[in-house]
Design a protein around this ligand. Sequence first.
Ligand code: GLN
Length: 541
Amino acid sequence: MKNQNAVPDTRYVFVTGGVTSSLGKGIISASLAKLLQSRGYRVTIQKLDPYLNVDPGTLNPYEHGECYVTEDGAETDLDLGHYERFLNVPTSQANNVTTGRIYQNVINKERRGDYLGKTVQIIPHITDEIKRNIKLLGSKHRFDVVITEIGGTVGDIESLPYIEAVRQLKWELGSRAIVIHLTLVPYLAASGELKTKPTQHSVKALLEIGVQPDILVLRTEKDLNSEIRKKVALFCNVDSKAVIQSIDVKSIYEVPVKMQEEGLDEIVLEKLHLPINQKPELKEWKGFLSKLKNAKKTVKIGLVGKYVELTDSYKSIIEALIHAATYHDHKLDIRLIQSETITEENINEKLMDLQGILVAPGFGHRGIEGKLLAVRYAREKNVPFFGVCLGMQCAVIEFARDVLKLDKANSREMDHTTPEPVIDLMEDQKNITDKGGTMRLGAYDCRVKKDSFVYKAYQTELVKERHRHRYEFNNEYLKAFESAGMKATGYNPETNLVEIIEIPKHKWFVGVQFHPEYSSTVLKPHPLFMEFVKASIGQEK
Ligand code: GLN
C-alpha cells in the first residue's frame, strides 16, 4: 500500500524573516511561486502564523488586517489573498495554519488517547504536528513545490517551534528542502551607507537554532553592489549568487519581474535540483504592469468604512479596485473615508468629488449612520455605488427608511428589537453561540437575473461567490422593495436567500451579500469591480 504521508518528489521552500516584520515575506513568496508556476511547476504557498487564535476570523482588522476567506470557507491570513491574486489558483484551509490550530489538534489527539502513556511535549508532538501540516500539501494535493512562509521574525519566542520543524525537515528531506531568509539592509542617510550587520545578526540567530539559510533576499531602498553581496555571502555561508536584492518598488506587482531579473527562481530550482527550462516571458503579467505604469487618467473612488486607518483592513477591496482601474487604463485614486466622521452637515463636502462610492464590509453598529448617509448620497445623486456585505445591508436599510418610509428599519445586528428587521439573522445562525468559524463561510452558488447590472458584468446566469456573514436580506420585505424600485437580481438557488440587490433606475447601484473582492486576481479582474469602475469613470467630474 502506498504511504499517504510520503512526499515522493515534492520540494519544500521555507521562507523566514529577520531583522524586522513587514518586509514582505508574503509578496516574495507569491512572486517566487508566480515565477515557478510560469515555468510549468505546480506550486502552492502556505502561511504558518505563530499566534494562538485558531484562525484570524476572531481578530479585529486593526490587529492583523483583513481576514481573507477561501472557497472552502476558511478564515485566513491576508497573505493568502496575495497568493491567489498572483497565482490565479484557489487556496484552502490547508494553506494557513496557526499555532492555535496546531495546539488544538495535538490536545484533541491527547484527549483521544493517541499518545497514551507519553508525556506530550513541544518537541516532538507540536513539531510533528507542524511537519504533518507542511507535508500534507505535498502528499495530498501533489504539488511540485510547496512554499511555506513562517510568520513572525526569527528570534521571536512564538516562532521557535516552527523553525525547529524546519530544521528537522531540512535534515529529513535533504536537497528537497531549502530555506530563503528575508532580511533588511538599512540605508543610513547621515553616513550614506548601506548596513549589513542586522542581516549578519539575524542569520546568526537562525544558525543558533540550527538552520543555515540557502538563499538570502535583502530588502533595500538602494542598489546593493557586488561588494556588499560578497560580504553578506562571506559572513553568512551562502553563495554570492544566492544573495538576492529586493529593492523597493512602487507596486507589489513589479516584484515578480524584479525577482526574475535577480534570478531568484533559477537559484531556487538549482538548489532543489529541478530542471530550469526556458525563462518565462511573463507576457500577460508585464502587459498588466505596463497598463499600471502608463495610465494617465485617474478615477476617484471613495471607500467608506470604519477600519480605514489601516489600509490592510481592506486589502482585497483595494487590490480589486486597482485591478479594475488598471484594465480600464486609469490610475486608482482611492479616498479612504472614516464612516464615523460623516454627518449630514459635512457629507457633501466629503463625498463631492468622488466618481464612485463603495461602502465596505464590517461588523457591529459603530460607524453605521455614516455608511447610511453615504448610501443615501450615492442613491440620490446618481453616483455609482457598490455595497459589499455590510455595505449591501446598509443599502437595504437606507432604502427601507427613506423610500419605503419604514423609519425604524434596521438590521437585527444593530438593533436586536427593531420592529422592521429588513436585515435579519439567518435561520441556521439562530442557535449558534460560538463566535469562531461559525458564520456563513465560503463559496456558494448565486443565480443571476438577466437584464441586470450584474448580468451585464458576469455574462452568465450562475456564479459562485465567497461569503462571510450571519445576517441576510429578510425575504418578507422583498415585494415591497421590488415594487418601490430596489430589485433582487441574485439569489441562492437552494435557499432563495437574496445575494444581490440593485436599483435599475440608477446609473450603477449594486449591493452584494458576498465578497467579490476575494476572487479578483491580476490576470482575472473581477467582473463586478470592472463594471463598477467603468461606471465610475463615466461619472468623470
Ligand atoms: N456584520 C454583517 C453580517 O454578519 C456583515 C458582515 C460583513 O460585512 N462581512 O451579516
